[in-house]
Design a protein around this ligand. Sequence first.
Ligand SMILES: Nc1nc2c(ncn2[C@@H]2O[C@H](COP(=O)(O)OP(=O)(O)O)[C@@H](O)[C@H]2O)c(=O)[nH]1
Ligand SMILES: [Mg+2]
Length: 445
Amino acid sequence: MGICISEQEGIVIEGYRILLLGGGGSGKSTIMRQAQNQYGGRFTAEERALAKKTMHQNVCSALIVCLEALGNEQDELKSCNQQSSTEDEGKHKLEISQDKSGQLEDPGTPTKDLRNEVLQRCKTYDAEGELSEEMGRKIAKVWRDRKVRNALKRNRQRIVENAQFFLNKIEAITAQGYQCTDEDLFRVRMRTSGVVEKTLKVCGKQMTFIDVGGQWHERASWAAEAKRCTHILFLTSLADYDVSMEEDRSMNRLTDSLKLFNAIANDKTLKSLPIITFFNKIDVFMSKLADDLSKSGNKLAESQPEYRNCESQPEYRNCEVFADYKGADDAGELVDHIQRQFISLIKKKNLKRKIYSHITCAVDSENMVKVLTSMMDSILSDALEGGGLVVGDDPEEAQMICKAIPHRFMLSKSGGTFVMSEEHAKLSRMASRQEKALEELMSSR
Ligand SMILES: Nc1nc2c(ncn2[C@@H]2O[C@H](COP(=O)(O)OP(=O)(O)O)[C@@H](O)[C@H]2O)c(=O)[nH]1
Ligand SMILES: [Mg+2]
C-alpha cells in the first residue's frame, strides 16, 4: 500500500501514518525510539550524546526533589513516630537527631555537608553541561545512603521513573567517554515539544510515526495531525494511578488519560481510524502496587519501622478510575479493571472500528519487539475483520489461560500482550482466523 485515502476529508496520505497520543510521560517518545531501533538504523552518536546530558539532568532533578524532601519527611516521620511505643520512640528520635546534626549514622553514610554539596551542584546543572567523574563519585556516596533511597521511594510521584536506574550506575554514566546504551535511550526522560515525525520502512511499506507533546497546551495541535493519519496509537501509563497532573495538581493522571481516551475514541471526525491502545509501564505499575500494598495496613511495619502506625488504605483506591472497583488487591484484576474502564467508553455506534490493545513495558526491548511486530502485522494484514477485535501475539497460550480463568480480558504470560474476547470459544475462532491471516500475510511477503 503506497497511498491511503483518508475517509475524513479525502486527504491523500502516503503510506501508513501512526499518530501517538496520550498524556505527558505515558511513553509515546519511548515507543517511537523502540520502533526506530527495531525498524530504522542504530541510534546516532549525536542522539547518544544528547541522551547522556539529559540522563545527567534526570539524575539532578531527581536528587533535588529527594534531598530537599528528606528534611521535611523526617519531620513528618517524627510526628508519626511520636505515636509509637515508648520503646520505639527513643530509638527513632535518636535516628532523627543524629541525622539532623549531620553526624555519621553508619560508617559510610555521607555527611550532611556532602548531601548539600551534591544538592547545590544539581541545582546549578544546565542542559549544556555534564556531571564530572568526581561529582559522580560523590553522588554515588550519597545514593548509598538508605535515607536518600527511601526519600526517592516516598517521592516517586514527582520523580521520573528511571532516575533510580541511572543512579544505580551513576559512576559509570559520569565516567569520561561513556557512551549511552540503547537501554539508556529508552529510559531517559526527554520532553517532546511540537511534532516529531519519523518515517521507517516496515516490510517494504512506509510507516510514519508522529510523536506529539502530551501536555495540555500541546494538545491543540492533535486534531490537525489526526486528519493526516491512518491509525491512532493511544498510550496510557498504568502506573499513573497515584500521580497528579503537572498542569493541575487536583487532576489525577490516570483519570485525565481516561477522559482523553473518551474524547478521542468517540470523536466523530476520527471514527474511521483504528485505535491501538498500549497500557504501558506495567513494570512500574507492578512494583508500585507491591509497595502500595505492603505499606497499607499493618503489614508494612515488619519491614519498614518508620511506617509503624501510618496505617492507610492502598493508594490506588483514591483514584477515580477505581471508584466502583469491587475486586481484590490483585495486579491482574486491577489491570483488567483499568482496561475495561477504557474500552467500555467506546460508544456502541463506534464499536465497528478496530481496536487493538496491548499491555506494554516500553523500556523492555524484548517485549517491544513482540508488541510492535504484532501491531505491524495487524496494521499490514488488515485481514482481521469484525468489530472490537483485539489480537494477541500468542493465541494458543492466551486460549489456555482463558480456559483457566474465564475473564473477558486476559493477560498473556508470554509477552504481556492482551487478548480481549467475550469468551474463550469466540477467542478460539478468533485465534485461528488470526493464524490464517498471518499465514497469508507471511506468504505474500
Ligand atoms: N520503567 C518504565 N519506564 C517507562 C516506560 N515507558 C516509558 N518510560 C519512561 O517514562 C519516561 C517518559 O516517557 P516518554 O516516552 O518520554 O513519554 P511521553 O511524554 O509520552 O513521550 C521516560 O523516562 C521513559 O523512559 C515503561 O514501560 N517502563
Ligand atoms: Mg514525548
